[in-house]
Design a protein around this ligand. Structure first.
Ligand SMILES: [Zn+2]
Length: 174
């Protein structure tokens, strides 16, 4: 994937943020708390308060930002992916066919922590820069989520995922 200038990315940021806001607003009535799914293991890794506050929308196809149309054709490959879930701020979308896969929720919750810790603009900038330089699967914010998800799937011991994510973010983005 071709490289992208941070300046260009930053210039597109207001449009991306407003797309995120309008996408969330369009689905607000369909959201439900993660806690309402009744997953058994998530409370071993995330607080009940966090699971009650984080919102989920179940959809047929998850909404992906129209990055080419927003002036970032360098990131077009991301638009063509088929994703089980995608996170915007404190809300994530999951594909209906995977809505009860607990490890998918675990993964998206890592992204919720990333959004909250970095803030909207820093998250989007870091995520887009990772996509541009390393591609979706090897971008640092995805590597973090996939690695933690794979520990979870391997029956990893309970722990404070939020603290782990924050520590890793502080090292990656000081
Ligand atoms: Zn992810």
């Amino acid at each position: 994937m071709s490289n992208i200038q941070v300046e260009k990315l930053l210039s597109k940021m207001p449009d991306i943020v407003s797309w995120v806001e309008s996408t969330l607003a369009a689905h607000v009535a369909e959201t439900r708390p993660v806690a309402s799914f009744g997953f058994r293991r998530l409370p071993d890794f995330y607080t009940l308060q966090f699971l009650a506050a984080t919102r989920v929308v179940v959809v047929e196809t998850v909404p992906v930002p129209p990055l080419s149309a927003l002036g970032l054709p360098e990131l077009a490959a991301f638009e063509q992916g088929d994703y089980g879930g995608i996170t915007f701020k404190d809300t994530y979308f999951v594909k209906a066919s995977e809505a009860f896969r607990e490890s998918l929720h675990f993964h998206e919750l890592v992204h919720v922590v990333q959004w909250a810790h970095l803030g909207v603009e820093r998250f989007l900038t870091a995520y887009a820069a990772g996509l541009a330089t390393q591609g979706y699967r090897n971008s640092p914010l995805e590597v973090m989520a996939y690695d933690l998800e794979s520990d979870f799937k391997a029956n990893g011991k309970p722990g404070d995922v939020t603290a782990v994510v924050r520590r890793q973010l502080n090292e990656l983005y000081p």
